[in-house]
Design a protein around this ligand. Structure first.
Ligand code: NAD
Ligand code: DAU
Length: 354
């Protein structure tokens, strides 16, 4: 079986990927994660005792550590999930985003390039460096504009998006300059189990069950294209196995929703699952000051992925959202652990003066 070095595997998408990879016997996994506030080793409890899973706490920007791990575990592929991922945090403190997303990806590429050079010709041909990126690098669409295609110019608008765009450019450069067999995926908004509740969907679920205000930025008409996280993970594996090196692949849910619609759907699900005698959850909706530079609309054209590699999302938004809400209701110990002091500090910083 192949070995994959996964970075950022204790976060939301990385953990979902690792659990799936081990359940479906896709590969042995080595997980390198710095364990920032966004991570949670509880996400990986199921594989903790699995002898084909190894966890190492560390930073992708640590060239010596990454070099050591590559020599130690000899992976056939690297999937780089590790990143600072929250747009609002990038507005308050962009530096960490440059450090991990740009410098970290660069150091990971450097270590990978030296490792790859030392492989046999056959191993070199099989090796893959898959970089997980975002649709936010393409900027913002008007309601009339066509969905993002892979050949569209980059136009990042937030410090987060700019840092991801920079990392994507380095990945591209390492393919063209050094021949490192890279692939990049640009995905739309994910939702599902184990997402840190700074992001819209889990934040709304947790605030609602606490009967707290449900903050919607601006007029709530911003549009995102939502994809269930397991569909994203399946697409990543497909690109890893069958994608053409040097290429980028868009991944999306073909599921554009305004923020207000998303929040109303969550409220309706909670009205069914945990009805309140005195109010409907939607009465908690509160419009708050907008996010600076808030992108109006994202939409993904993933024709290349579906046409060339045969991928289709399996989950529909209504059933995926119900599963997600139920996951948070059924995992209160996870939720309580996450709602620690540092999370409270973040809520204060982001919402108190809105
Ligand atoms: P997340 O914030 O939930 O998890 C990120 C993980 O990376 C955490 O476990 C964290 O500890 C780790 N990490 C951070 N800095 C690190 C470093 N320097 N070295 C090693 N590990 C480090 O993020 P996510 O939502 O799971 O996103 C994963 C990737 O997918 C990111 O690259 C993100 O840009 C991309 N992406 C996310 C979405 C989404 O909707 N969440 C959509 C498209 C693309
Ligand atoms: O598009 C892919 C991107 O999706 C990923 O690259 C990012 O890592 C991920 O965080 C996500 O970015 P967004 O900014 O779109 O996600 P977020 O959940 O923060 O916000 C979704 C929408 O909801 C956005 O329009 C802002 C709005 N929002 C968000 C929060 C947290 C609110 O209205 N209220 C809120 O409290």
């Amino acid at each position: 079986m192949q070995t994959i070095l996964v970075t950022g595997g204790a976060g939301f998408i990385g953990a979902n990927f690792i659990l799936l990879a081990r359940r479906l016997q896709w590969a042995n996994i080595v997980n390198l994660d710095k364990l920032t506030y966004a991570s949670n080793l509880e996400n990986l409890a199921e594989v903790q005792a699995d002898k084909n899973y190894n966890f190492i706490q560390g930073d992708i920007a640590n060239f010596e550590l990454v070099t050591y791990l590559l020599e130690q575990y000899h992976p056939d592929a690297i999937i780089n999930f590790a990143a600072e991922s929250h747009v609002d945090r990038s507005i308050f403190s962009p530096q960490e985003f440059i450090q991990t997303n740009v410098v970290g990806t660069f150091q990971l590429l450097e270590a990978s390039r030296f490792y790859w050079h030392k492989l046999s010709f056959e191993q070199q041909k099989k090796f893959r460096f898959l970089h997980i990126s975002t649709d936010e690098v393409y900027g913002s669409l008007t309601p009339q504009e066509q969905a993002f295609r892979e050949d569209m110019p980059y136009a990042p608008n937030s410090p987060y998006a700019a840092s991801k765009a920079a990392s994507d450019h380095f990945v591209r450069a390492y393919y063209h300059t050094y021949g490192l067999p890279t692939l990049t995926t640009n995905c739309s908004n994910n939702y599902g189990p184990m997402q840190f509740p700074e992001k819209l969907i889990p934040l709304i679920i947790l605030n609602a069950i606490d009967s707290k205000p449900l903050p919607i930025y601006g007029d709530g008409q911003n549009i995102r294209d939502w994809l269930y996280v397991i569909d994203h993970c399946q697409a990543i594996y497909l690109v890893l196995k069958q994608g053409k090196t040097g290429e980028t692949y868009n991944i999306g849910g073909m599921n554009e929703q305004s923020n207000v619609k998303v929040v109303e759907k969550i409220c309706a699900i909670l009205d069914e699952l945990v009805p309140q005698p005195n109010f409907h959850y939607s009465s908690l909706i509160t419009f708050v000051q907008d996010r600076p530079g808030h992108d109006r609309r994202y939409a993904i054209n993933c024709h290349k992925l579906s046409h060339e590699l045969g991928w289709q999302p399996q989950e529909n938004f209504d059933s995926g959202l119900i599963k997600t809400v139920k996951w948070y209701l059924n995992n209160i110990s996870w939720v309580n652990q996450v709602r620690s002091g540092s999370y409270q500090k973040w809520l204060k910083q982001n919402y108190e003066n809105r």
